[in-house]
Design a protein around this ligand. Structure first.
Ligand code: PMP
Length: 404
């Protein structure tokens, strides 16, 4: 029995009624971005119609409403991640900005020549490039946890990389290119045992599984709102409260100070110290609404349903002649990456688009892991809880037709 009625859920997503090339839209590009339920769209409209103001500064009714809505959203994020304190939730533009924030504040302040940063072979460019920039500036060494032929991290090799020089481990909980779910708690624990700080990239995990940052015990955890049914331009950096307060801010400006003279500035504690300037207030409120939405359905149920859909899709794709699935780890979420013999990946994407089916074909901003499997590009259908078996059937039928 499915854990919920997907047809009722689909009614909440207006865009799923769109027609593309005369066909019903089939949205299988959820790893790139997710669609938004009416509850999120309406919440943002409500903000602009009834609450819009800058926050914190002014002492009038709308400033109070906007502040309540914004801080209410922060509280929802805290509950969603099971963070110990609301002060551990910093609003940023997205996962990319969150990682850059850590690199350019904590990293700049704490890492020295010869120190080592461990990332994994699965990383999105957003969790490679900021560390590389820091490494070339400060003469750090980047080391990489390898994957096995299924696309899972090899923990034994990881433990060999850890040592007294390891100051940071930064890795993804779910691979956006292969769908691998990494053994995140174990990786964090081993990193801490070696005395390193650990950052977990949750960009692909929060929309597919319950996340508990206290159980995970990472020092930082980052995600983007737009991958969890909220707007673009809003995301979250979770950090342990003491660590955030020990770290000097990377940007200066309004909102983040207690006192300013021409000689000296005293910063607020977190989260304000990392939120210089006017933030993306309305979209933070939208993120709060998205969290309410998925929480009402239940992340456990979402995870169960998607797992069923992933298994279903995996079995059917394996039957398509000449299709090579890349990423076959036992523990996977949402992503199916493949190449099709005789076709360029763009051609497959183009043919699917003719049928109204949206998938990404390309390198998925994760070139190192694709090259590990000898390809530059894959076709990547990626699932969300509003997708159906019928949509998977359509995808697979179209691929079979191509092969004829
Ligand atoms: N990490 C992972 C694993 C991702 O999938 C993405 C987005 N594709 C990012 C980081 C970056 O997210 P954003 O572009 O929203 O900042």
């Amino acid at each position: 029995n499915p854990p919920f009625d997907v047809n009722i859920i689909r009614q909440d997503f207006p865009i799923l009624k769109e027609r593309v090339n005369g066909k019903q839209l089939v949205w299988l590009d959820n790893a790139a971005t997710t669609q938004k339920p009416k509850q999120v769209i309406d919440r943002i409209s409500y903000f602009y119609e009834h609450e819009n103001s800058n926050i914190h500064r002014a002492a009038h009714e709308l400033a109070a409403r906007a502040t309540d809505a914004y801080e209410g959203a922060r509280k929802k994020v805290q509950n969603f991640l099971n963070a110990a304190s609301v002060n551990e939730i910093v609003f940023v533009r997205g996962a990319t900005e969150a990682i850059n924030l850590v690199a350019k504040s904590w990293g700049e302040q704490n890492l020295q020549a010869g120190d080592e940063i461990i990332v994994s072979h699965l990383e999105h460019h957003a969790n490679i490039v900021p560390w590389q920039q820091l490494a070339s500036k400060k003469n750090l060494k980047i080391r990489v946890i390898p994957v096995d032929d299924d696309g899972q991290l090899i923990i034994e090799e990881y433990t060999k990389l850890l040592g007294p020089k390891t100051k940071l481990v930064s890795f993804t909980q779910v691979s956006n290119a292969l769908g691998t779910v990494t053994p995140a708690e174990q990786i964090v624990r081993l990193g801490h045992l070696a005395g390193a700080k650990v950052l977990v990239d949750g960009a692909q995990s929060v929309s597919h599984m319950p996340v508990d940052v206290q159980a995970l015990d990472a020092d930082w955890f980052v995600f983007s709102g737009h991958k969890v049914f909220a707007p673009t331009g809003i995301g979250v950096l979770y950090g342990k409260e003491d660590l955030l307060n020990e770290t000097q801010p990377w940007q200066g400006g309004g909102n983040m100070i207690v006192d300013v003279t021409f000689e000296h500035t005293q910063y607020h504690n977190a989260p304000a110290r990392f939120e210089a300037g006017t933030g993306n207030i309305a979209d933070a409120v939208g993120l709060g609404a998205a969290i309410d939405y998925v929480s009402r359905i239940g992340m456990e149920k979402i995870s169960t349903y998607e797992h069923y859909l992933l298994i279903y899709a995996t079995q059917l794709l394996k039957e398509v002649p000449g299709l090579r699935l890349i990423g076959t780890a036992a523990n996977k979420a949402s992503v199916l990456s493949f190449v099709l013999e005789g076709y360029k990946t763009e051609e497959v994407g183009h043919e699917l688009n003719k049928q109204g089916i949206a998938v990404r074909s390309g390198h998925h901003c994760a070139q190192p892991i694709l090259r590990r499997f000898g390809v530059e590009s894959t076709v990547r259908p990626s699932l969300a809880f509003y997708n159906t078996c019928a949509e998977v059937d359509l995808l697979v039928e179209t691929l079979h037709r191509l092969k004829k």
